[in-house]
Every structure is written in structure tokens, then in C-alpha cells.
Design a protein around this ligand. Structure first.
Ligand code: GLC
Length: 554
């Protein structure tokens, strides 16, 4: 591998990782859905942006009930995205561009069309085929009540009843997500072996690591106790300690097995956990030396745009991860949440508030400024960062998609206006005009989700020539971050808070000093420094509201 890996520091400790939501990135074959061919054609764009690695959302064979998180064959590509040969070529070409490739592994559940589940449905109750999943008799008269009161994350019960060969109602099976996503039984040795084989399959093809979907899931309390009132809401509310299906101690043992598989390969490969757990201290358990390397830090993503809240979240994260010896990974957006330019463009800016104010007016000027300031802030923090495709274009959430075009199976919020998760998944605009703003080739089918009018104003082509654009800011920022990695930025150098006016986050990282002004008014910067980069122009020594600046001594 080329540039990033130094002999002494693991690349993933301070990498900038670009999340490719493949179905919305670039469409190469003209069917209106992004694919590997489209992604290959845009690798030069990603290399020029200055990111270190790509994380690709699931591209495996799938009925696409949950956009590929329902896998029917883990060793094939979905024809929607391309072929295995193309996948291999993509990995090789990414490496030639100096980009590593992280795949998304989905171990908590399969698709209901997976051969194992089809076999289980056709098999007898208590058979070996059924023991790869969680089949249970129901409760109540004739077993008509589900085995426990567990809710599906996507709404409704987490159990669906099967029909026996004689046509009579049979056992129930568990699905924490959609009924088409049956949960695997991680007490079954065959499941362990199968996933180790799947990891090796992709590692052999050159994958640099895996993002682990629902990493806090996997093992379940074999007694299937009722939650009895603890079933408040989505993943965040459920992730308390001592829970019957999330964040259980037994799950950690799985990652010790996986770590041994990965460590048998060369090339400094990496695991990143998608683990929604109660707080930062619970995350550290996943990052013990023999387990996973990194985990997304969703604390900042859920935080309001307020200095005190951000500072406490940053401190808590760094303290816990330092104890675990793991680097932080800062995340503002992904394919499951409302884009941060929209969250920050409203008066109340936390993720929870954003859900409640879905569809309400957004001040795009403010949201865009804060989004740039936030990304410059996280890129100055110790550790690595994730960047969700389109945020480098300053994209906003598309909140007015008509219900007829919604694709997301998560309808939990749909009855009170939104959000379904489609609004952050709208295909990217590459050029100003044409039927799909350059997402698909000419004469192609319509994009799988409609793009809003004016989408072309955000396009790569529109921003590329403009030095003040969000895209230009990202490029310059990532370039400068790279140049200063050895003099304070990235992982390693401690963060020291420095004295600053109220509602201003100010800290030093080695030679670099960062100020983020959340106070709502301009503040004075210290003298004796020059500006390395700022998220909006800084005139003289006055730092405008909602701007982040990096300074170095003159
Ligand atoms: C993760 C994914 C999400 C998916 C869910 C079920 O949270 O990020 O998109 O729906 O897992 O696999």
C-alpha cells in the first residue's frame, strides 16, 4: 500500500474514511441505481478529495428489502451493483489510488431468502436447520401470542409466526428489524464458522477490513425474557446495560474469534463496530486489545450544536478510549440519520430534535455554515473521522419525498410525518443538468429516489471551480490535515483545552490551535498566530459566528 501507512502508526488510527452508499453514489449501467461500475469511474474524484479509505455499504446478493442489509448470499454481489469480478477490480483499483476498502458485514440477521432460512422454514420445529435462527413456540392459547414482548426496531413486534407444512400456524421466529431479516442464533457453532469463512472470503479478495452492522446485537438471552416496559423506542433507547438482546457480554467473545481471523492476514486491516450502546464506557468493551480496533462514536452525531454539550462529549469519549488504547472516530452523518447540514439549520439541533421537527423550515445558510464548522472541528480532534457521501457537497436532507416513493422499511416514524431514512439517501448530483444531474449516464432510467429541483446547484461540477464552495473547503481541509498529521493533528498528540470566551471551543493539538465559535457572535482571536484554514473567511482577528479556524504560531 502506498502513502498513508507509516511504519510506526497504524493508518486507521487517524484515517478519514468516506462512506460510499453505493446505490446512491454513481450509476454506471443506467438502471437508475448506483453500482460498482459507477464507483470505479469516480475513484479519481475520491482520491482527489483526500480521503484515506472507503467504507462501502452492503453490496451482497439481497432482495433489497432493507437496502442490502438483508443478505441472501454473502459471497456474491447483488447483480444490481455488479459482479464479483468487478468487486475485485474495484478493490484493486482503489488500492492503486491509495484508498483502502472497508466492507460492511451483516452478522445479526440474514435475508429471509437466504438458503439457511428457507431450509429452516421447510424443516421441522426443533430441527438443526431451525437452530441457526431463533424459532420459538408462541405463548397463550394455541401459541397465538409472540414468545416475548420484544419490539422490532422498525415498528411492530420482533416475532413473526410461521405456517407448518399442514397449513396450521406454527412457531414464531425472531427479527429485531424487518420480518424479512430473521436474526441468526449466535449460540450455534455453525453460524460462527460460517461468518469466519465469509470474513476470509473477502479478506482473500483484498478487503482492508469490515464495518460490523449492529455490532451490539448478535447474542440473545436464551430465556427470552420480556422487556416489560423497557421497550421505549429505537436502537438508542434500547441500548442500556443488562439487556436481553443488545450489548451482551457473550457478543464480545465473537469479536475475539474474528480478531484472530483478521490478524492472520497482513496489511494492517481493521474492524469498526457499529454499536449503539448506552454510553462511551460501554463502547470501550468492544475495543479491548484482543477485540475490535475502532467503533463509530455516535455521541457527537446525537449532540446539539452547543459548546458545552460538545465539549463534554469529546472529553468523555477521549477519556474512555484512551483507557482502552483505541483511537476515536468522529461521525456527523451516515445513511441512517438526518444530514447534519439540516440538523444544524434549525433552532434545536440535536438528532432527537431534528426527528421531531422533520419537514419544518431549515435555515440553509446557517446549517451550511455550521456543517462546515463542525467538519473542521472534528478533523482537528484526536483520532479519525468518517464522512458520509454528499456532505462534502453540503447536501441537505430531502424531507419532502412523497410517501409513494419511500423505500425504507423503517416506518416507525412514518405515521407522524417522518423521518424515513430515504431523505439522506437521494442520489448524488455530479453535474448541473440532465435528467439525473450526472448520477446516471444519458438516456438512463430515473434515479431510484427522485432528486429535488435545484440539486444541480450542489453538484460536483458546480463546486469544483469555486474556491469558496463546500467541496473546495473539504479538499483544502483534508490536504492541510494530512500535512499537519505529524505536528499535532490526527491521533496521538493530546488535546489541551485553552481559555476562550463562553460558547467557544478552543484547544491545542501540538503546533495547531483550533477555535470553533458557537457563541452566535464574532469573537477575538489571539495575536501572534496565522490562519491555516477556516471554514469561512476570517478578516483580521475576528472569528465570525459558526466558524472554525485552525491557527499556527506566526
Ligand atoms: C444498521 C444499518 C441500517 C440497517 C440496520 C439493520 O443500523 O446501518 O441501515 O437498517 O443496521 O441491518
Amino acid at each position: 500500500m502506498s502513502n498513508q501507512a507509516s511504519a510506526t502508526r497504524s493508518w486507521w488510527r487517524d484515517a478519514v474514511i468516506y462512506q460510499v452508499y453505493i446505490r446512491s453514489f454513481a450509476d454506471g449501467n443506467g438502471d437508475g441505481v448506483g453500482d460498482v461500475a459507477g464507483l470505479r469511474s469516480r475513484l479519481p474524484y475520491l482520491a482527489a478529495l483526500g480521503v484515506d479509505a472507503l467504507w462501502l455499504n452492503p453490496w451482497y446478493a439481497s432482495p433489497q428489502v432493507d437496502a442490502g442489509y438483508d443478505v441472501s448470499d454473502y459471497r456474491q454481489l447483488d447483480p444490481l451493483f455488479g459482479t464479483l469480478e468487478e468487486a475485485e477490480a474495484l478493490i484493486a483499483e482503489a488500492h492503486e489510488h491509495g484508498l483502502r476498502v472497508i466492507l460492511d458485514i451483516v452478522p445479526n440477521h440474514t435475508s429471509d431468502q437466504h438458503p439457511w432460512f428457507q431450509e429452516a422454514l421447510a424443516a421441522e420445529p426443533d430441527s438443526a436447520a431451525r437452530s441457526r435462527y431463533h424459532f420459538r413456540p408462541g405463548r397463550g392459547v394455541d401459541g397465538a401470542e409472540p414468545p416475548s414482548d420484544w419490539p422490532s426496531i422498525f415498528g411492530g413486534p420482533a416475532w413473526t409466526r410461521t405456517v407448518d407444512a399442514d397449513g396450521k400456524p406454527g412457531d414464531w421466529y425472531l427479527h429485531l428489524f424487518a420480518p424479512e431479516q430473521p436474526d441468526l442464533n449466535w449460540s450455534n457453532a455453525e453460524v460462527h464458522k460460517e461468518f469466519e469463512d465469509i470474513l476470509r472470503f473477502w479478506l482473500d479478495l483484498g478487503a482492508d477490513g469490515f464495518r460490523i452492522d449492529v455490532a451490539q446485537g448478535l447474542t440473545k438471552d436464551p430465556a427470552f425474557p420480556d422487556l416489560a416496559g423497557r421497550n421505549a423506542g429505537g436502537m438508542l433507547d434500547l441500548a442500556t446495560a443488562d439487556h436481553p438482546y443488545f450489548d451482551r457480554d457473550e457478543t464480545l467473545a465473537v469479536y475475539e474469534e474474528w480478531r484472530r481471523v483478521l490478524d492472520a492476514y497482513d496489511g494492517d486491516r481493521v474492524f469498526v463496530a457499529e454499536a449503539w450502546v448506552a454510553d462511551a464506557s460501554r463502547i470501550a468493551r468492544y475495543l479491548a486489545p484482543a477485540r475490535l480496533h475502532t467503533a463509530f462514536n455516535f455521541g457527537l452525531l446525537s449532540c446539539p450544536w452547543e459548546a458545552d454539550a460538545l465539549r463534554s462529549e469529546i472529553d468523555a469519549t477521549l477519556e474512555v478510549l484512551a483507557a482502552a488504547g483505541a483511537p476515536a472516530t468522529w461521525v456527523l452523518s451516515n445513511h441512517d440519520v438526518i444530514r447534519h447540514a439540516t440538523r444544524y439549520g434549525r433552532e434545536r439541533t440535536s438528532l432527537g430534535a431534528a426527528k421531531r421537527s422533520y419537514g419544518m423550515p431549515v435555515d440553509r445558510a446557517v446549517g451550511g455554515r455550521r456543517a462546515r464548522a463542525a467538519v473542521q472541528l472534528i478533523n482537528a480532534l484526536p483520532g479519525g473521522t468518517y464522512l458520509y457521501q454528499g456532505e462534502e457537497l453540503g447536501l441537505f436532507e430531502v424531507e419532502d419525498l412523497a410517501p409513494e416513493v419511500w423505500q425504507d422499511p423503517n416506518r416507525r416514524y412514518a405515521d407522524h410525518v417522518g423521518p424515513v431514512r430515504d431523505g439522506c439517501r437521494v442520489p448524488l448530483p455530479w453535474s448541473g443538468g440532465g435528467a439525473s444531474f450526472g448520477f446516471s449516464p444519458r438516456e438512463a432510467a430515473a434515479p431510484w429516489l427522485p432528486q429535488p429541483a435545484g440539486w444541480g446547484d450542489f453538484s460536483v461540477a458546480a463546486q469544483e471551480q469555486d474556491p469558496q464552495s463546500t467541496l473546495s473547503h473539504y479538499r483544502a481541509l483534508l490536504q492541510i490535515r494530512k500535512e499537519w498529521l505529524d505536528r499535532g493533528l490526527g491521533d496521538g498528540t493530546p488535546l489541551e483545552w485553552i481559555e476562550a470566551p463562553p460558547e467557544v471551543l478552543a484547544f491545542r493539538r501540538g503546533e495547531v490551535v483550533c477555535y470553533a465559535n458557537l457563541s452566535g457572535m464574532p469573537v477575538e482571536l489571539p495575536s501572534g498566530y496565522r490562519v491555516l484554514i477556516s471554514s469561512e473567511p476570517v478578516v483580521g482577528r475576528r472569528l465570525p459566528a459558526d466558524v472554525t479556524v485552525w491557527l499556527v504560531a506566526e
